[in-house]
Design a protein around this ligand. Structure first.
Ligand code: PLP
Length: 400
């Protein structure tokens, strides 16, 4: 019979995908289910980007490219870091892969040995922990306080570091909370890292361009040049440019690390798609004006969702600085009874109730390592959000 390798034995299929599957099954039975689970913008890839891909295909850019990104692709990434972050990287400090996820996978596979530890603040994007486990290492989950916007504190970091710590993982703006770190938030953490030379920092900046109000995005390597030889900055085109399906992500960090990451990639996928690289070059170097328009659209939707959730007795939703998720507390719902006499005992119960009673799918905080909360994505149309929110309000009001 089939026996999975030990390295994947404790890794399940993503619960988010399972929730999507339940919703799809209910739809098939004729239920009108609204899924607020999406981890991707509902916008389309910009036309100019599609055109660039199409031109590349017709030009015959259909062959293998350089392993971790074509020279033109790496130049585009260099330009992005100069323009957006004021950072100058050389070509051998840049790595391009099939999504930010593959960049993170390459980095952990290239650096982690059994027994090594990676500090992951929670709530967290679950792939971090699973990639760390696949690499044979140990994710050290550190629970961050909701009252501190789920930000890691210097004290918590100091206490989590051991001689086995290899990496700290930070993600700003965050999936699932939408929390973002200011320079003042980062500073004490970077000071701790300066004192622990064995610890590297992986900064996942994938939501960089989706920030609101007057929040000014900053990235750690820009704040502390002394840490430049142990920071990997990860980013990609998926979220900013609505290009999730094209699969292009990139990283910038020390050349020796980038070289080791290329070894991993050379024996798994080889180069990222040549056509997708052509598309990503256009995204990164073409006009950037639609980013602001899309940001404003997301901001209006964020406010719509946050205000509607806070108007419901029993829910409390902070207003996130970025990304396209809300992460609300449902603590006030615990102990309440459904119309058929079932008790809401957890965020999981609450989400199951919303799916059954309101036909709205959201993701329990337990999936991201924090209870009792739930994540709702607002990367859906206004009409869909309006309908989902009024259904949620109705279902919540029916709880006793
Ligand atoms: N990092 C975070 C925090 C994400 O939420 C996601 C996607 O959901 C990724 C990375 C992966 O993005 P990509 O599509 O570039 O692999």
């Amino acid at each position: 019979s089939f026996k999975p390798a030990a390295r994947i034995a404790e890794i399940g299929v993503s619960e988010i995908l399972q929730i999507g599957a339940s919703a799809a099954a209910m739809r098939k039975q004729g239920h009108d289910v609204i899924v607020l689970g999406a981890g991707e913008p509902d916008f389309d890839t910009p036309d100019a980007v599609k055109e660039a891909a199409s031109r590349a295909a017709r030009r015959g850019e259909t062959k293998y490219t350089a392993l971790d990104g074509s020279p033109a692709m790496k130049e585009a990434v260099r330009e992005k870091f100069r323009r957006d972050n004021g950072l100058d990287f050389s070509v051998d400090e840049i790595s391009v892969a099939a999504g930010a996820k593959q960049v993170i996978f390459n980095a952990f596979m290239a650096t982690l040995d059994p027994g090594d530890e990676v500090i992951v603040p929670t709530p967290y994007w679950t792939s971090y922990a699973d990639i760390i486990r696949i690499a044979g290492a140990v994710p050290v989950l550190v629970a961050c306080d909701a009252a501190n916007g789920f930000r890691l504190t210097a004290d918590q970091l100091e206490r989590a570091i051991t001689p086995a710590t290899r990496w700290l993982m930070l993600n700003s703006p965050s999936n699932p909370t939408g929390t973002a770190y200011t320079e003042a938030d980062y500073r004490p953490l970077l000071d701790v890292l300066l004192a622990h030379r064995q610890v590297w920092l992986l900064a996942d900046d994938i939501y960089e361009h989706i920030v609101y109000d007057d929040f000014r995005f900053v990235t750690p390597v820009g704040l502390e040049p002394a840490l430049r030889d142990r920071i990997l900055t990860v980013n990609g085109v998926s979220k900013a440019y609505a290009m999730t399906g094209w699969r292009i992500g990139y990283g910038a960090g020390p050349a020796a690390l980038v070289k080791a990451m290329a070894v991993v990639q050379s024996q798994s996928t080889s180069n990222p798609s040549s056509i997708s690289q052509a598309a990503a070059i256009e995204a990164l170097t073409g006009p950037q004006d639609y980013l602001a328009e899309r940001r404003e659209d997301f901001r209006m939707r964020r406010d719509l969702v946050v205000d509607a959730l806070n108007a419901i007795d029993g829910l409390a939703c902070p207003r996130p600085q970025g990304a396209f998720y809300t992460f609300a507390s449902c603590a006030g719902m615990l102990g309440r009874l459904t119309a058929d006499g079932r008790r809401i005992g957890s965020d999981r119960d609450f989400c199951a109730y919303l799916l059954n009673a309101a036909k709205v799918a959201v993701v329990p905080g337990s999936v991201f390592g924090a209870s009792p909360f739930f994540r709702a994505s607002y990367a859906s149309s206004r009409a869909e959000l309006d309908e989902a929110l009024s259904r949620i309000a109705r279902a919540c009001n029916e709880l006793q």
